[in-house]
Write a protein that binds this ligand. Structure first.
Ligand code: UDP
Length: 242
């Protein structure tokens, strides 16, 4: 209920306030999770939509709401930015992510193991049909995302209600991310293989052609940058917000 209340009700409140104030340009933070369990890769924006969990379903419903809003009133210009997996931190080491409690996501967990806050990473399944059996995702530097937003705003008047992937187009497995982070941090990161996590899919990575064509955006940072910046932040701020 909290996912639905926050995401769906929150969006409806914003939309009403925008309409009341005659603001018709909207950049929506959607997610690659709206592709559900991929039937083909790479994921282009025409891939059928579905959801494998409640969070994903709220994103999918919001996209449908926004498509209806646009259909009912063509004054709107809407960018549905489908984020892949944002990780890393600002290169200054001053802004980064501090997970609330035990991290759910891979990179926050890996960095807490590297800094000595947790003992070992649990790898959620090594029997997927991927390069090494572990899940493959399209990780994108968190600073590349706002650049994508700015590009969407700059070009918003030429958009109608467009779904646009924000991803690099490259997929990395859990074990590949683990070794990239070991390299960036110089730390050995223990891991153990566990069962698959419910709702997870084997592979998810973007076809990043449309964003390049429509918004002239391309990811500027690679996996090594993401791990180096993420580690710099974690190492400088091991107990931030606690
Ligand atoms: N993962 C893992 N251990 C963890 C957290 C995640 O092995 O403690 C795996 C997960 O199964 C997936 C990948 O890492 O293959 C990315 O998971 P994350 O939760 O970061 O992103 P999402 O599931 O949203 O793609």
């Amino acid at each position: 209920m909290e996912y639905y209340d926050n995401n769906i009700n929150g969006t409806l409140c914003i939309l009403r306030a925008m309409k009341k104030n005659s603001i018709y340009n909207l950049v929506f933070s959607s997610s690659a999770t709206v592709y559900g369990d991929p039937t083909y890769l790479t994921l282009d924006e025409k891939h059928p939509l579905s959801a494998t969990n409640s969070y994903g379903r709220t994103k999918l419903f919001i996209e449908e709401i926004l498509r209806d809003i646009y259909a009912s009133d063509k004054s709107w210009h809407i960018a549905l930015l489908r984020y892949f997996n944002p990780i890393g931190a600002h290169s200054s080491g001053l802004i980064g992510e501090s997970a609330n409690g035990i991290p759910n996501n891979l990179l926050p967990y890996i960095s807490q193991v590297a800094v000595g806050k947790r003992e070992a990473l649990s790898v959620c399944g090594d029997d997927y049909e991927t390069v090494d059996g572990t899940g493959v995702r399209d990780y994108i530097h968190v600073v590349d995302l706002p650049i994508g937003h700015l590009k969407a705003l700059e070009n918003i008047s030429s958009l109608v209600c467009d779904a646009i992937n924000l991803g690099t187009g490259n997929g990395y497995s859990v074990l590949e991310m683990l070794s990239a982070f070991e390299k960036a941090s110089g730390k050995k990161i223990l891991h153990k293989i566990e069962a698959r996590r419910a709702g997870d899919i084997a592979s998810c990575y973007a076809n990043a052609k449309k964003v390049q064509e429509l918004l002239c955006w391309i990811a500027t940072k690679n996996i090594d940058d993401m791990c180096r910046n993420g580690w710099n932040w974690q190492n400088k701020n091991p107990n931030v917000y606690e």
